[in-house]
Ligand binder design. Sequence first.
Ligand code: ZN
Length: 108
Amino acid sequence: MVVENAHPAVKTPEEHAGIVTLLESRRIQPKHARRGTYLLSGLLYCGKCGYSLQFQPKPNGRTLVKKCQKTDTFGKCCGNRGIELEHVERAVIESLREHEAELLRTPI
Ligand SMILES: [Zn+2]
């Protein structure tokens, strides 16, 4: 049973939001992700082996998701190919838009 306002608030809604933000920022471990260098920093993993993928700025101003760098215990490289980051970002945003539309269609 939940009774609202039965005791003085332990934390304000603003403090709660701050704590949630802090916890979420700590869940992502790589240094680049904390710095937020790229939109998907710390969130992109190899589809073949699950290793975290690295980004590399290109001379033309675009960004490359580097070829998977993971090597197995025998020194054999995973070798999953790289791709330009903008293709991945576009796919993620498109997928988020579809998800948003689905949520908006769902009655509360
Ligand atoms: Zn891989």
